[in-house]
Ligand binder design. Structure first.
Ligand code: X90
Length: 277
């Protein structure tokens, strides 16, 4: 039996070991150029070009054809998407599923709307790999996955919300009202899959203390931690050390954001996914 795990490129993963994994790339574009968020994208170069670019930039979700080609040649497909409340990615993946099943009615496809992105998607993907290695059947993986997402969280620190506001993913009025426009702030993925800002964080000290406060609030007990950073290894390491000191967290991974998350988190931004109780 052939099993495939498919995710959109906001998961920041290019390949997974011991499993057939592929991503459907989102596209970041300016009037001059499209940046396809796949393994060929030079993220540092994109960041440099966008910082020098004066016009508007935007993003587009993977289209139905793209998802359908990701589903091809498998008996079971597990699809992990970013929040349906900020992107058309989930709807596109669902439409592709319906179309694909018309021609391949025996294929099993499940699409998870993570109501989140980045590292929280990674946590789910890693779990699916674990469950499939353990021989857990399709229906059970779907149920367990949905349940698992209730026990994972995403926090993020953004240097700027410029691209989120410019692309209508966050309302400018709301950002101004929360006092977070133009300054560094911490937020979390709300239960509806939107951005919920929790605090302004001028210095790194404040970021660390605020994050530790949030972890305490959600009842974190040392579960897996996944940190994706947009060119800010220093902050990623600082947070990792702070968490490990208090919770003895063993399973931590730090890695760089790919195109989509780099674009929206912006240079220096960071996304942290963790398991809760
Ligand atoms: O064009 C598209 O369909 C993509 C739109 C994506 C919009 C949001 C991306 C967020 C990336 C920023 C911080 C994390 C926010 C998480 C909230 C659920 C990363």
């Amino acid at each position: 039996m052939k099993i495939k795990i498919v995710a959109d490129s906001s998961c920041d993963i290019l390949c997974m070991e011991e499993v057939d994994f592929c991503t459907a790339p989102l596209i970041i574009s300016t009037d001059e150029k499209d940046y396809i968020d796949d393994e060929t994208l030079d993220v540092a170069q994109m960041r440099k070009e966008l910082s020098e670019y004066k016009g508007r930039s935007g993003t587009a979700c993977p289209n139905i054809d793209c998802w359908m080609s990701c589903y091809a040649d498998a008996d079971e497909v597990y699809v992990v998407t970013m929040t349906s409340n900020l992107s058309g990615t989930y709807n596109s993946a669902m439409a592709a599923k319906e179309l694909y099943l018309q021609e391949h009615p025996d294929t099993k496809i499940h699409v998870f709307d993570t109501l989140s992105t980045g590292p929280e998607m990674r946590l789910l993907i890693e779990k699916i790999v674990e469950w499939k290695k353990g021989g857990i059947p399709f229906e059970t993986v779907c149920e367990k996955g949905t349940e698992y997402l209730k026990h994972t969280r995403l926090f993020f620190v953004l240097e700027s919300m410029h691209n989120l506001v410019q692309n209508g993913r966050v309302s400018k009025v709301a950002a101004i009202a929360a006092g977070v426009l133009g300054i560094r702030a911490m937020g979390t993925a709300s239960s509806e899959g939107t951005l919920e800002m929790v605090a302004k964080c001028r210095g790194y000290k404040k970021i660390v203390s605020e994050y530790m406060h949030q972890l305490e609030k959600i009842g974190y007990q040392g579960g897996k931690l996944r940190i994706a950073h947009a060119n800010n290894l220093e902050l990623a390491e600082t947070l990792k050390n702070a968490v490990q000191k208090v919770y003895n967290t063993l399973d931590v991974m730090i890695y760089e954001t790919r195109g989509l998350c780099s674009f929206y988190a912006e240079e220096g931004g960071i996304l942290i996914g963790c398991e809760t109780i």
